[in-house]
Write a protein that binds this ligand. Sequence first.
Ligand SMILES: *Cc1c(COP(=O)(O)O)cnc(C)c1O
Length: 458
Amino acid sequence: MKYCSTRGGVADLSFVDALLMGLAPDGGLLVPAELPDVTSKLDQWRGLDFISLAQAVIALFVDDIDRPTLDKLIAEAYETFEHPDVIGWQQLDDVDVMELYHGPTLAFKDVALQLLGRLFEHVLGERQQHLNILGATSGDTGGAAIAGVRGQDNIDIFILFPEGKVSPLQELQMTTVADANVHCVAVQGSFDDCQSLMKEIFADLEFKAEFQLGAVNSVNWARVMAQIVYYGYASLRYERAPAFCVPTGNFGNVFAAFLAKEMGFPIDRLLVATNENDILARFFATGEYARGDVHFTLSPAMDIQVASNFERFLYYYFDKDTARLKEFMHAFSSRGHASLDGPPDARFMQATAVTTEQTLTAVKDVHEQFNYVLDPHTAVGYAAAQVFKRNVDAPLVCVATAHPAKFPDAVKQAAANAPANHPALDALVGLPARKEVIPATVEAVKKVIIEHARGFSA
Ligand SMILES: *Cc1c(COP(=O)(O)O)cnc(C)c1O
């Protein structure tokens, strides 16, 4: 499989090159040159366990790591999950919940990042290279990325997060990791600021090359690839093609579902659930992609206005017309908005925005009716599923993206007696923590990298 940039400036990369590159130098995102068609394989894939299906699906995208090694990396990545089949299920009346949060940091991001960390370790070991990973997080990515690479000799990881705006437990999941290759950087600004700082630094190609910077944010193709697996896996459990309702922020998770559908997995439709940061909901209703102000909500991992993976979706929506895509993205970055001629075709996706009140009600209702606790992100998905279900004649799956114990304050606000604990999190309280607080400037971030990056002979 070869990879190219959504903006047409890079082509013919191997998987490993795409893995190490992260963002393309032309500002685009890497995508496979062709999507594999899996329709002829579905019969033989039904009944595989999660790890076996992951090995079969991922091998379609990776032809420059030998198959036994790839299989081993995949198996090791998913053996860290506490659920025997990696993902869990809960049936709630007419909505099924697909639990993706049984990994080491209790968020769905572990599914991709446990694998990504192992892929990096293998590839860097082979090439005898060192990598400095730079990532931005609104909470969950940072912890999951750190858990994926902590203690590795050939990687340093620098995680930017908005000071004071990630939940205390999420902060502890990052700052209590004692490994010397982990550098937590609290930026005095918003998550969007962190994301722009990261993009600016990656756009400085000289700095990027000098410090061998790599990305673990959802711009990294390998993350999307790993996430395709669970949509395929879930789709094969049903007799009729299911619809997925996905709590969405950076659009990486639901974009993986879109690819799974394009590849031929039996998926009825995709429903995008946003919180009050509704840029995507507005886009799917009107065709206008327009930046708004960031609202801080109970689902901070979705407090995002500019969704980095959206560009990949547009690339397919524009039939891989890179010129049209570039025009759209340039209009958006210079004016803060860009439009299609009208609303996108609803067969691609539909979207709805959910308020804080609806989110709280969803947590409370589900706890009362089913004695089951939703985290606030999953609750956004569940509340949206209640809106969509009137028009969907297919099994409806709500994607659970985090364990409720990661967001105890929001859970308690909705339902005071709902349990929101997990032993892995309880164990973090009181451990020594480390972070560096910096202003939201490119210079300040670069200074941290220059000071701490290892593996460079001065
Ligand atoms: C990251 C995250 C999301 C949003 O996922 P995207 O791929 O960015 O759309 C939703 N919920 C939780 C708990 C997350 O950590």
